[in-house]
Design a binder for this molecule. Structure first.
Ligand code: THG
Length: 265
Protein backbone atom coordinates (compact mmCIF):
# COMPACT_ATOMS: atom_id res chain seq x y z
CA UNK A 1 0.00 0.00 0.00
CA UNK A 2 1.13 3.50 -0.81
CA UNK A 3 0.49 5.28 2.48
CA UNK A 4 -0.15 9.00 2.44
CA UNK A 5 0.41 10.22 6.01
CA UNK A 6 -2.42 12.57 6.95
CA UNK A 7 -1.28 13.97 10.30
CA UNK A 8 0.02 17.37 9.17
CA UNK A 9 -3.38 18.94 8.65
CA UNK A 10 -4.42 22.13 10.47
CA UNK A 11 -7.97 20.81 10.84
CA UNK A 12 -6.30 18.92 13.71
CA UNK A 13 -6.06 21.15 16.78
CA UNK A 14 -2.50 20.19 17.76
CA UNK A 15 -1.19 20.97 14.28
CA UNK A 16 -3.08 24.27 14.05
CA UNK A 17 -1.61 25.35 17.40
CA UNK A 18 1.89 24.30 16.38
CA UNK A 19 1.60 26.36 13.18
CA UNK A 20 0.33 29.33 15.24
CA UNK A 21 3.28 29.08 17.59
CA UNK A 22 5.71 28.40 14.74
CA UNK A 23 6.73 25.24 16.62
CA UNK A 24 9.15 23.79 14.08
CA UNK A 25 10.41 20.98 16.33
CA UNK A 26 6.90 19.59 16.95
CA UNK A 27 5.98 19.64 13.26
CA UNK A 28 9.31 18.15 12.16
CA UNK A 29 8.77 15.35 14.66
CA UNK A 30 5.31 14.71 13.17
CA UNK A 31 6.97 14.33 9.76
CA UNK A 32 9.78 12.06 11.01
CA UNK A 33 7.38 9.77 12.87
CA UNK A 34 5.23 9.29 9.76
CA UNK A 35 8.31 8.54 7.66
CA UNK A 36 9.46 5.94 10.21
CA UNK A 37 5.98 4.38 10.27
CA UNK A 38 6.12 3.67 6.53
CA UNK A 39 4.40 6.58 4.80
CA UNK A 40 5.36 7.02 1.14
CA UNK A 41 4.14 10.64 1.03
CA UNK A 42 3.51 13.17 3.77
CA UNK A 43 0.30 15.09 3.19
CA UNK A 44 0.48 18.79 4.03
CA UNK A 45 -2.83 20.62 4.40
CA UNK A 46 -3.41 23.99 6.03
CA UNK A 47 -6.57 24.82 4.12
CA UNK A 48 -8.35 25.64 7.37
CA UNK A 49 -6.11 28.72 7.74
CA UNK A 50 -8.03 30.77 5.25
CA UNK A 51 -6.14 34.05 5.57
CA UNK A 52 -2.60 32.74 5.80
CA UNK A 53 -2.85 29.43 3.95
CA UNK A 54 -0.20 30.08 1.30
CA UNK A 55 2.43 31.54 3.68
CA UNK A 56 1.83 28.81 6.25
CA UNK A 57 1.96 26.12 3.55
CA UNK A 58 5.30 27.25 2.14
CA UNK A 59 6.71 27.58 5.66
CA UNK A 60 5.55 24.02 6.45
CA UNK A 61 7.00 22.56 3.24
CA UNK A 62 10.45 23.97 4.06
CA UNK A 63 10.61 22.68 7.60
CA UNK A 64 9.27 19.25 6.62
CA UNK A 65 11.80 18.91 3.82
CA UNK A 66 14.52 19.74 6.31
CA UNK A 67 13.34 16.90 8.56
CA UNK A 68 12.68 14.07 6.07
CA UNK A 69 13.86 12.95 2.67
CA UNK A 70 10.62 11.81 1.10
CA UNK A 71 8.05 13.25 -1.28
CA UNK A 72 5.17 15.39 -0.08
CA UNK A 73 1.48 15.38 -0.94
CA UNK A 74 0.45 18.99 -1.56
CA UNK A 75 -3.14 19.17 -0.31
CA UNK A 76 -5.05 22.40 -0.92
CA UNK A 77 -8.36 23.52 -2.40
CA UNK A 78 -6.50 26.51 -3.92
CA UNK A 79 -4.65 25.94 -7.23
CA UNK A 80 -2.41 28.95 -6.49
CA UNK A 81 -1.25 27.31 -3.27
CA UNK A 82 -0.55 24.07 -5.18
CA UNK A 83 1.46 25.98 -7.82
CA UNK A 84 3.53 27.82 -5.18
CA UNK A 85 4.11 24.54 -3.33
CA UNK A 86 5.28 22.75 -6.47
CA UNK A 87 7.96 25.42 -7.00
CA UNK A 88 9.24 24.89 -3.48
CA UNK A 89 9.50 21.09 -3.24
CA UNK A 90 12.74 19.22 -3.80
CA UNK A 91 11.17 15.90 -4.77
CA UNK A 92 8.42 15.06 -7.24
CA UNK A 93 5.25 15.58 -5.20
CA UNK A 94 1.71 14.25 -5.31
CA UNK A 95 -0.68 17.11 -6.11
CA UNK A 96 -3.93 16.80 -4.10
CA UNK A 97 -6.06 17.43 -6.07
CA UNK A 98 -7.67 18.02 -9.46
CA UNK A 99 -11.35 17.48 -10.38
CA UNK A 100 -13.47 17.68 -13.55
CA UNK A 101 -15.03 20.96 -12.42
CA UNK A 102 -14.04 23.11 -15.44
CA UNK A 103 -12.49 25.99 -13.44
CA UNK A 104 -10.53 23.70 -11.19
CA UNK A 105 -9.32 21.46 -14.00
CA UNK A 106 -8.13 24.41 -16.06
CA UNK A 107 -6.35 26.04 -13.13
CA UNK A 108 -4.54 22.91 -11.97
CA UNK A 109 -3.73 21.49 -15.44
CA UNK A 110 -0.88 23.95 -16.27
CA UNK A 111 0.84 22.98 -13.00
CA UNK A 112 1.02 19.36 -14.19
CA UNK A 113 2.49 19.97 -17.64
CA UNK A 114 5.79 18.24 -18.32
CA UNK A 115 5.17 15.25 -16.08
CA UNK A 116 6.52 17.05 -13.01
CA UNK A 117 4.20 15.56 -10.40
CA UNK A 118 1.83 12.76 -9.55
CA UNK A 119 -1.79 13.85 -9.05
CA UNK A 120 -4.91 12.79 -7.15
CA UNK A 121 -8.03 13.11 -9.31
CA UNK A 122 -11.26 13.39 -7.34
CA UNK A 123 -13.97 11.59 -9.34
CA UNK A 124 -16.35 14.57 -9.34
CA UNK A 125 -17.47 17.15 -11.87
CA UNK A 126 -19.43 20.41 -11.84
CA UNK A 127 -22.56 18.51 -10.80
CA UNK A 128 -20.83 17.43 -7.57
CA UNK A 129 -19.94 14.11 -5.98
CA UNK A 130 -21.65 11.23 -7.80
CA UNK A 131 -23.87 8.81 -5.92
CA UNK A 132 -23.63 5.91 -8.35
CA UNK A 133 -20.74 3.71 -9.46
CA UNK A 134 -21.64 4.41 -13.11
CA UNK A 135 -21.20 8.16 -12.71
CA UNK A 136 -18.04 7.78 -10.60
CA UNK A 137 -16.52 5.54 -13.27
CA UNK A 138 -17.57 7.90 -16.06
CA UNK A 139 -15.75 10.69 -14.19
CA UNK A 140 -12.72 8.46 -13.67
CA UNK A 141 -12.49 7.70 -17.40
CA UNK A 142 -12.80 11.40 -18.31
CA UNK A 143 -10.15 12.37 -15.76
CA UNK A 144 -7.69 9.77 -17.03
CA UNK A 145 -8.25 10.83 -20.67
CA UNK A 146 -7.71 14.50 -19.86
CA UNK A 147 -4.67 13.84 -17.67
CA UNK A 148 -3.11 11.53 -20.28
CA UNK A 149 -3.62 14.30 -22.84
CA UNK A 150 -1.48 16.52 -20.57
CA UNK A 151 1.31 13.94 -20.76
CA UNK A 152 0.78 12.13 -17.47
CA UNK A 153 1.42 8.41 -17.28
CA UNK A 154 -1.26 6.17 -15.76
CA UNK A 155 1.14 5.37 -12.92
CA UNK A 156 1.20 9.08 -12.00
CA UNK A 157 -2.59 9.19 -11.54
CA UNK A 158 -4.35 8.42 -8.25
CA UNK A 159 -8.15 8.31 -8.49
CA UNK A 160 -10.20 9.07 -5.37
CA UNK A 161 -13.77 7.68 -5.60
CA UNK A 162 -14.91 10.03 -2.77
CA UNK A 163 -16.58 7.72 -0.29
CA UNK A 164 -19.82 9.12 1.17
CA UNK A 165 -21.14 8.53 4.71
CA UNK A 166 -22.92 5.26 5.52
CA UNK A 167 -25.14 7.29 7.85
CA UNK A 168 -26.83 9.07 4.92
CA UNK A 169 -27.23 5.93 2.74
CA UNK A 170 -26.24 2.43 3.75
CA UNK A 171 -25.45 1.63 0.08
CA UNK A 172 -22.62 4.20 0.07
CA UNK A 173 -20.06 1.58 1.12
CA UNK A 174 -21.01 -0.79 -1.70
CA UNK A 175 -21.06 2.07 -4.20
CA UNK A 176 -17.50 3.13 -3.35
CA UNK A 177 -16.25 -0.47 -3.31
CA UNK A 178 -17.80 -1.15 -6.74
CA UNK A 179 -16.19 2.05 -8.07
CA UNK A 180 -12.77 0.90 -6.87
CA UNK A 181 -13.32 -2.54 -8.47
CA UNK A 182 -14.32 -1.07 -11.83
CA UNK A 183 -11.54 1.52 -11.88
CA UNK A 184 -8.83 -1.01 -11.04
CA UNK A 185 -10.15 -3.54 -13.58
CA UNK A 186 -10.82 -1.17 -16.46
CA UNK A 187 -8.20 1.58 -16.15
CA UNK A 188 -5.14 -0.59 -15.72
CA UNK A 189 -2.07 1.18 -14.42
CA UNK A 190 -3.78 3.89 -12.37
CA UNK A 191 -3.76 3.95 -8.58
CA UNK A 192 -6.79 4.39 -6.36
CA UNK A 193 -6.64 6.28 -3.09
CA UNK A 194 -9.14 7.35 -0.50
CA UNK A 195 -9.58 9.36 2.68
CA UNK A 196 -11.41 7.24 5.24
CA UNK A 197 -13.05 9.62 7.68
CA UNK A 198 -16.12 10.31 5.51
CA UNK A 199 -17.36 6.72 5.55
CA UNK A 200 -18.02 6.82 9.30
CA UNK A 201 -19.35 10.38 9.54
CA UNK A 202 -22.29 10.59 11.96
CA UNK A 203 -21.73 7.11 13.46
CA UNK A 204 -20.16 5.88 16.71
CA UNK A 205 -16.89 3.91 16.71
CA UNK A 206 -15.59 5.84 13.71
CA UNK A 207 -12.05 4.41 13.75
CA UNK A 208 -13.37 0.84 13.75
CA UNK A 209 -15.56 1.62 10.73
CA UNK A 210 -12.71 3.40 8.92
CA UNK A 211 -10.24 0.57 9.27
CA UNK A 212 -12.80 -2.09 8.35
CA UNK A 213 -13.73 -0.15 5.22
CA UNK A 214 -10.02 0.06 4.39
CA UNK A 215 -9.73 -3.74 4.42
CA UNK A 216 -12.84 -4.11 2.21
CA UNK A 217 -11.41 -1.54 -0.24
CA UNK A 218 -8.02 -3.26 -0.35
CA UNK A 219 -9.79 -6.46 -1.41
CA UNK A 220 -11.20 -4.51 -4.39
CA UNK A 221 -7.73 -3.33 -5.38
CA UNK A 222 -7.29 -0.04 -3.49
CA UNK A 223 -3.51 0.42 -3.50
CA UNK A 224 -3.12 3.71 -1.62
CA UNK A 225 -4.81 5.41 1.31
CA UNK A 226 -4.69 8.70 3.18
CA UNK A 227 -4.33 7.54 6.77
CA UNK A 228 -2.56 8.11 10.08
CA UNK A 229 0.40 5.71 9.90
CA UNK A 230 0.91 6.09 13.67
CA UNK A 231 -2.49 4.49 14.34
CA UNK A 232 -1.41 1.00 15.37
CA UNK A 233 -4.83 -0.55 14.84
CA UNK A 234 -5.29 0.68 11.27
CA UNK A 235 -1.73 -0.33 10.41
CA UNK A 236 -2.36 -3.78 11.88
CA UNK A 237 -5.43 -4.26 9.70
CA UNK A 238 -3.56 -2.95 6.67
CA UNK A 239 -0.53 -5.22 7.08
CA UNK A 240 -2.71 -8.25 7.83
CA UNK A 241 -4.96 -7.61 4.82
CA UNK A 242 -1.94 -7.20 2.54
CA UNK A 243 -0.66 -10.59 3.66
CA UNK A 244 -4.04 -12.30 3.25
CA UNK A 245 -4.45 -10.78 -0.22
CA UNK A 246 -1.07 -12.15 -1.34
CA UNK A 247 0.70 -8.80 -1.37
CA UNK A 248 3.33 -9.62 1.26
CA UNK A 249 6.01 -11.95 -0.10
CA UNK A 250 6.94 -14.70 2.39
CA UNK A 251 4.73 -12.77 4.87
CA UNK A 252 7.90 -10.78 5.51
CA UNK A 253 6.36 -7.39 6.25
CA UNK A 254 3.87 -8.91 8.67
CA UNK A 255 6.55 -10.86 10.53
CA UNK A 256 8.87 -7.83 10.67
CA UNK A 257 6.02 -5.67 12.00
CA UNK A 258 5.25 -8.29 14.64
CA UNK A 259 8.91 -8.33 15.75
CA UNK A 260 8.95 -4.53 15.86
CA UNK A 261 5.89 -4.49 18.13
CA UNK A 262 3.72 -2.86 15.45
CA UNK A 263 0.90 -5.44 15.45
CA UNK A 264 -2.07 -4.90 17.79
CA UNK A 265 -3.59 -8.36 18.17
N1 THG B 1 -9.28 12.74 -0.24
C1 THG B 1 -8.19 13.45 -0.63
N2 THG B 1 -7.54 14.28 0.21
C2 THG B 1 -7.99 14.46 1.48
C3 THG B 1 -9.10 13.73 1.93
C4 THG B 1 -9.75 12.86 1.04
N3 THG B 1 -7.33 15.30 2.31
C5 THG B 1 -7.88 15.64 3.60
C6 THG B 1 -8.62 14.48 4.20
N4 THG B 1 -9.52 13.88 3.23
C7 THG B 1 -7.66 13.42 4.71
N5 THG B 1 -6.88 13.92 5.81
C8 THG B 1 -7.31 13.86 7.14
C9 THG B 1 -6.47 14.41 8.10
C10 THG B 1 -6.79 14.32 9.43
C11 THG B 1 -7.97 13.72 9.82
C12 THG B 1 -8.82 13.18 8.87
C13 THG B 1 -8.48 13.26 7.52
C14 THG B 1 -8.28 13.66 11.27
N6 THG B 1 -9.54 13.69 11.62
C15 THG B 1 -10.00 13.61 12.99
C16 THG B 1 -11.50 13.34 12.99
O1 THG B 1 -12.14 13.51 11.95
O2 THG B 1 -11.99 12.91 14.01
C17 THG B 1 -9.73 14.89 13.72
C18 THG B 1 -9.11 14.61 15.03
C19 THG B 1 -8.13 15.69 15.46
O3 THG B 1 -8.52 16.85 15.62
O4 THG B 1 -6.97 15.34 15.67
O5 THG B 1 -7.39 13.54 12.10
O6 THG B 1 -10.75 12.19 1.37
N7 THG B 1 -7.75 13.28 -1.89
Amino acid sequence: MIIIGERINTSRKSIDEAVDKRDRAFLQDEARKQEAAGAAFIDVNCGSRLKSECDDFLWLLDLIQEAVSMPLCLDSPDPKVLAAGLKQVEQRPLINSITLEPDRFDEVAPILEGDVADVIGLCMDETGIPNTTEKTFENAVRLVKKLEALGLKRSSIYLDPLIQPLSTDTENGNTALASITTIMESLSGVHTTCGLSNVSYGLPERYLINRTFLVCAMDKGLDSAIIDPLDKKIMTNLLTAEMILGRDEYCGNFIDAMRDGKIAS
